[in-house]
Write a protein that binds this ligand. Structure first.
Ligand code: SF4
Length: 360
């Protein structure tokens, strides 16, 4: 990559210096375009790791996942002070619990904006989600005093669609790009906080750079988020090559362009047509089919389920999902981590043993 990727902090400073607004957005699905129409820049919060979790721990049960523990602790230590709003999609019970804690107990200065997501991919789900986006539009209008037109909304949607098409192209050509696992995920995860136009420029530059393909034992990474990112370094060192992923922060958000000319419906179509995701209620059979096809198309020999401890939506699926994948000849391993801890030595050893088994 010719240009360095700016950090979240640098991007936030730049937005604030321009006098624009920032929304801290919790995982997973929402419409970036809807926020951008109001000149609100989404900066996603996946944890982050390395915070003092005792701050959030006072308000949460110990069996709540570390994404939620860290997000609340980060807010309490002032890490979200630059945000003007906090958007919390109703991804799971833990994030719904966090919304209640913030609204009823903590009452931060920023407006807390929940977003309800349907649990299916039927026509009714598109209608429900489009209505949710209409309600969010009304709320943001009240908060900002702005009323973007349908034309503004469609322009913002198309800007995000262009960015997501480039993201998909990066995924398609990843095996020819020669990037290490860590460099590839640094790039694609910058979609979590870079404005779409900035991400598109970065993606186009990377796609024009020709390098040698990087060999390695081909695997799929599944789960919520590859944190701590050190795990990618370890996979690099052990000659593993992540050739495809089923990660909530990345591959499960390869949104296709919408079809409808009506902006709210188009935003909903994009999210509803995303790859299978346990937090959106996709049946296990759909996930099996999707992962088996992913392995066939990418040449992956096995799957690492890299899971956040206590993540119920992920962990509930795993016994049946792994049995079915085994019947299709796909080996897998489960690694559970607390994103706040350094990568345990034992995890590195288990990944190494799994890669050796695939290579034998
Ligand atoms: S890690 Fe799992 S339980 Fe935690 S916020 Fe994400 S989806 Fe919810």
């Amino acid at each position: 990559m010719s240009n360095p990727i700016p950090s979240r902090k640098e991007v936030i400073e730049d937005i604030k210096n321009r006098g624009e607004l920032v929304a801290a957005v919790l995982p997973i699905h929402y419409s970036r375009a809807l926020l951008r129409c109001f000149s609100i820049y989404p900066v996603e919060v996946w944890g982050p790791p390395k915070v003092d979790v005792s701050l959030g721990g006072a308000h949460l049960q110990p069996y709540v996942c570390s994404i939620v523990h860290n997000a609340l602790s980060f807010l309490k230590m002032g890490g979200l002070n630059a945000a003007d709003f906090i958007l919390i999609p109703h991804t799971c019970d833990s994030l719904q619990g966090l919304t209640s804690v913030l609204i009823d107990l903590i009452k931060p200065e920023q407006a807390i904006i929940p977003l309800y997501l349907p649990r299916g991919q039927r026509e009714e789900d598109i209608i429900f989600l489009a209505d949710e986006f209409r309600s969010l539009y009304t709320r943001l209008s009240e908060l900002t005093g702005k009323k973007p037109s349908s034309k503004d909304l469609l322009a913002a949607i198309k800007r995000e669609e262009t960015s997501d098409l480039l993201l998909a192209k990066l995924y398609k050509t990843r095996q020819q790009m020669g990037l290490s696992n860590l460099d590839f995920y640094r790039l694609v995860r910058s979609r979590e906080y870079l404005p779409a136009e900035h991400f598109s420029t970065l993606a186009e530059e990377t796609l024009q750079t020709s390098t040698q393909p990087r060999p390695g034992i081909p695997i799929i990474l599944s789960g919520i988020v590859p944190e701590p990112m050190e795990v990618l370094n370890k996979i690099d060192e052990m000659n593993g090559q992540v050739v495809a992923d089923d990660l909530a922060c990345c591959g499960r958000r390869l949104y296709k362009p919408g079809i409808s000319p009506e902006p709210f419906r188009r935003m909903a179509e994009r999210i509803i047509s995303a790859p299978p995701d346990p937090t959106r209620g996709n049946p296990i059979e759909e996930r099996v089919k999707y992962l088996v096809e992913m392995a066939q198309n990418s040449g992956a020999q096995g799957i690492i389920f890299y899971e956040v401890k206590f993540c119920e939506p992920e962990l509930f699926d795993l016994p049946n999902l792994r049995n079915s994948l085994k019947e299709h000849g796909l080996a897998s391993i489960i690694i559970e981590v607390d994103i706040n801890n350094p990568l345990p030595h034992q995890v590195a050893t288990r990944i190494s043993a799994f890669l050796e088994m695939l290579d034998s």
